[in-house]
Write a protein that binds this ligand. Structure first.
Ligand SMILES: [Zn+2]
Length: 345
């Protein structure tokens, strides 16, 4: 199989022909059609959370494709099944991660990796889908869409008419906006540094947008919430000062701050914790608490009904051979919606 390998932090991924080992218990060989690329992979490449003991390793945690072969014990999927590959655990066997090799050393890989034309995934990282499901839409259901919607439905439990503010409208943030729109939240405030991204967020339901480089975000949030704070404030940036502002502008007695962005390893939050005694909450979201086996088919049905916009999210497509261009485009903020990696036949 052809795979993009992280051989060094802060350097280009290397395309390498990896030998596919014999499948072990609970492992599934999947032909990857599309992979998403998200901030988490950029963080792994740039070492946002410090040294990486697993290098060299494979990357990517959301994909769409088709099952080729199943290992011993696998019952959830069979060869020919269309599948979503996701990093959140679902039902099924939690297999050992596959053991690949790279130039005579161990090539690490998680229970699912998707920057490759084939991959070995653990049974519980796969959700079987209907036969005609398009691979690009499936790839979106592996992380960004499920995390964004899960933050609204599972973490915030946002009700019609409640307010929400979202810092960062990249892949996850856009889907927080889209989820808030699905439940008729109001207002839905998007904050970002890019006018283009903010404009794009309006298409998915943002009712107000704030460019934080032009407008002081605290003042904007004070005005838009009539000094009350928001029922939910979501941070997708992981930037410390942003996380503190998000907490500060969460509604006093019943609001929730949801942290989703990956923090820098050395950062520590400084917040006034007293409001937590009065009912305000702050949590870190784990993939929107998505339950893959239930949520992914449910979201796909919403897509099929035309209520969930997935095709419109895809603004950029790169081939696997262009993976480093995709990484650069995402890292430098050039991607408005979602970027997909297409595997060559
Ligand atoms: Zn992701």
């Amino acid at each position: 199989m052809k795979a993009a390998v992280l051989v060094r932090q802060n350097s280009a991924l290397e395309l390498y022909d990896v030998e596919v080992p014999k499948l072990e218990v609970g492992q599934v060989l999947v032909s990857v059609e599309y992979s998403g690329i998200c901030g988490k992979q950029i963080d792994e490449i740039t070492g946002r959370q410090g040294d990486d003991k697993h290098i060299p390793h494979l990357l990517g945690h959301e994909g769409g494709g088709e099952v080729v072969e199943i290992g011993p014990g696998v019952t959830k999927v069979k060869p020919g099944d269309r599948v979503v590959m996701h990093w959140v655990k679902g039902s099924g066997i939690d297999s050992r991660p596959p053991r690949f090799s790279y130039r005579g050393q161990v090539l690490s890989a998680g229970w699912v990796t998707t920057f490759s034309d084939y991959t070995i995934a653990s049974e519980n990282r796969l959700t079987p889908m209907q036969a005609d499901a398009p691979g690009d839409a499936l790839a979106l259901l592996g992380c960004a869409v499920t995390t964004g919607l899960g933050i609204v439905f599972h973490n915030a439990r946002l009700l019609p008419g409640q307010s929400i503010a979202v810092f960062g409208v990249g892949g996850v943030g856009l889907n927080v906006v889209q989820g808030a729109d699905l439940v008729n939240a109001y207002p839905i405030v998007a904050l970002d540094r890019s006018d283009a991204k903010l404009e794009f967020a309006r298409r998915f339901g943002a009712t107000h947008t704030v460019n934080v480089d032009k407008v002081e975000p605290r003042a904007a949030l004070a005005e838009l919430s009539a000094e009350q704070g928001f029922d939910a404030v979501v941070d997708t940036t992981g930037i410390n000062t942003v996380r503190e502002i998000a907490y500060q502008w969460t509604r006093q007695k019943a609001g929730i701050t949801i942290l989703c962005g990956v923090p820098f390893a050395a950062d520590r939050l400084s917040i006034d914790s007293f409001p937590l005694h009065m009912g305000r909450r702050i949590i870190g979201s784990h993939g929107g608490d998505t339950v893959p086996d239930i949520d992914i088919p449910r979201y796909f049905e919403l897509y099929r009904l035309g209520k969930l916009r997935l095709d419109e999210l895809i603004t950029n497509r790169f081939r696997l051979s262009e993976i480093n261009e995709a990484v650069d485009a995402l890292r430098t903020g050039q991607i408005c919606g979602r970027c997909l990696i297409e595997m060559e036949a």
